[in-house]
Design a protein around this ligand. Sequence first.
Ligand SMILES: Nc1ncnc2c1ncn2[C@@H]1O[C@H](COP(=O)(O)OP(=O)(O)O)[C@@H](O)[C@H]1O
Ligand SMILES: [Mg+2]
Length: 234
Amino acid sequence: MLEIRDLCTFYGKVQALWNVSLQINEAEIVALVGSNGAGKTTLLNTISGLLRPASGHVFFLGQQIDGLPPHAVVELGISHVPEGGRVFPEMTVRENLEMGAYPYQAWQHRGETLEQVYQMFPRLKEREKQLARTLSGGERQMLAIGRCLMSRPKLCLFDEPSYGLAPLLVAEIFRIIQGLRDQGITVFLIEQNVRRALEIADRAYVLENGRICMEGPCAELLESDHVRKAYLGL
Ligand SMILES: Nc1ncnc2c1ncn2[C@@H]1O[C@H](COP(=O)(O)OP(=O)(O)O)[C@@H](O)[C@H]1O
Ligand SMILES: [Mg+2]
């Protein structure tokens, strides 16, 4: 579904991604794990069209998408839940959700999708008229996920959805992410919470200093000496 080939991304003269290649198949949860500063957000932003790669390519359903503007990437079916569950703070919950439905097809179906999102997150329905800035961290993360779903994506990109949340909420968010896969939505999950990510994903890639250094089924990575020492504290 998504194929990344030899991607290199720079900030000015500083190279953040070095020949990153990976692929994601339909209806998989694929994790990308790595420590702070490894380049995880840079990779997601390059897929979303927020950053342009210096070289390499991104293909989605056979179409080259690197170089497309972010709105065109969303229209093709890739939606991004940004780091920290960023939402529009001065808009209400409902307005935030409706903003997510701007692609033409999604706008046609926005009523129906809104009902599905409210079913998934009853707390958002209870708070639909509240300004997003008044939400708790967990509710904001749910709103960001809901807004992503409003575009009726085929592929969801999650940037550290568990960051800063209490363990119970982390478990809930991860359950929701697994539920998306069961609905046929493909997930690319970026996490510093390596153990949790490897527990719910099918396959994973490990990113270190902007380079993919390991990949494989999660069960294998959980057993690997390097992952155990470097990320699981074992
Ligand atoms: N806007 C930016 N300008 C310059 N350097 C950046 C910028 N954003 C990130 N970087 C650098 O790129 C590298 C990767 O950052 P990032 O992708 O945010 O990592 P991660 O999400 O894995 O924590 C880091 O060295 C970081 O300092
Ligand atoms: Mg990041």
